[in-house]
Design a protein. Structure first.
Length: 310
């Protein structure tokens, strides 16, 4: 009877872990849909599509040198919608959700596969469950902490490589820089988190066992877990831009032809082409300074000139 009740409570025959994963993936899909207009704008910016006039201002808002600024992402989205219609901001949403689902499902099953058939990938899991339950960070030696982060980094790298590759089953164009960017972020996060963990232990913060001390440690760790990915993402971002630019190569889109983009033999050529001013395209939502060439439009306004000249 209890078994029947348990089976009745299952969603589509999934166990609790699978159901939690499915719900999490559905939530991510909804969030992706909600913010997709910004994703669409960011992709266009990464491709160098800047059709709207520049404005002038100070680099430090009210101080600093004079500079030309591209419209912020919200202004860009509004002008794009006015130029075409709101639907243009959701172009490619179906592909984005499909990619999210493929990567999510692949990551989940790859992790399960590794845990079942290759549990020693990244190092032997020496009492890892007991460590997680019984040992706090101050009880781990530097060697134990290092092994834990190293193991996690190696396994995360394997999972992300498989997931990213699965999301591009028909073409490998732009795949290499995307994988490099992913690995930079993964290893950067684990390296800096390891260093931060050891600094916390050596600072003596864990020795305060009262409620205030525990709360302080918890707040510091929350800050670390938020700040470190933000920092490391900035180092992997240029590779994401190169991957986006390479992804449209041979697509037949206007942006993949001269005078907008030269033909790239490989992603190294794209990197060299973007290095002067383009590797940070879309990295900022606001105060997007135009550091490259500027041209005068037919309406006598100034525009960013991302065209390629011989």
């Amino acid at each position: 009877m209890a078994a029947d009740n348990a089976n009745h409570g299952q969603f589509l025959g999934m166990n609790e872990e699978e159901e939690a994963f499915a719900k999490g993936l559905a939530a991510k899909a909804l969030l992706t849909s909600a913010v997709y207009p910004l994703t669409c704008v960011k992709t266009l910016i990464q491709l160098g599509h800047e059709p709207f006039p520049l404005s002038t201002g100070k680099t430090l808002i009210v101080a600093g040198r004079n500079a030309y600024f591209l419209p912020n992402v919200f202004s860009y989205a509004r002008q794009l919608a006015n130029l075409h219609d709101m639907g243009v901001l959701f172009t490619g949403l179906d592909s984005a959700i499909f990619s999210l689902i493929v990567q999510g499902v692949t990551s989940y099953h790859t992790s399960k596969y590794i845990d079942k058939y290759y549990p020693t990938v990244g190092g032997a899991p020496e009492n890892i469950n007991a460590e997680e339950k019984l040992m706090t960070l101050q009880n781990l030696t530097e060697h134990q902490s290092f092994k834990r982060h190293m193991r996690s980094a190696i396994r995360d790298s394997a999972v992300r490589i498989v997931a990213v590759t699965a999301a591009r089953p028909l073409t490998g164009i732009g795949l290499v820089p995307q994988i490099i960017g992913e690995l930079i972020v993964i290893w950067g996060v684990h390296t800096l988190t390891y260093a931060a963990d050891r600094m916390l232990v050596k600072s003596g913060m864990y020795e305060n066992n009262d409620d205030k001390g525990k709360k302080d440690v918890e707040e510091v760790r929350k800050f670390i877990n938020t700040a470190i990915p933000f920092v490391t993402n900035s180092f992997g971002y240029p590779y994401a831009v190169v991957s986006t630019v390479m992804a449209v190569a041979g697509s037949g889109l206007a942006v993949s032809f001269l005078p907008y983009t030269p033909s790239f033999v490989n992603w190294h050529n794209a990197w060299d082409y973007l290095r002067p001013h383009g590797l940070k395209r879309g990295a900022r939502l606001f105060f997007r300074e135009q550091t490259g060439a500027v041209s005068v439009g037919s309406d006598q306004q100034l525009y960013a000139s991302n065209k390629h000249f011989f």
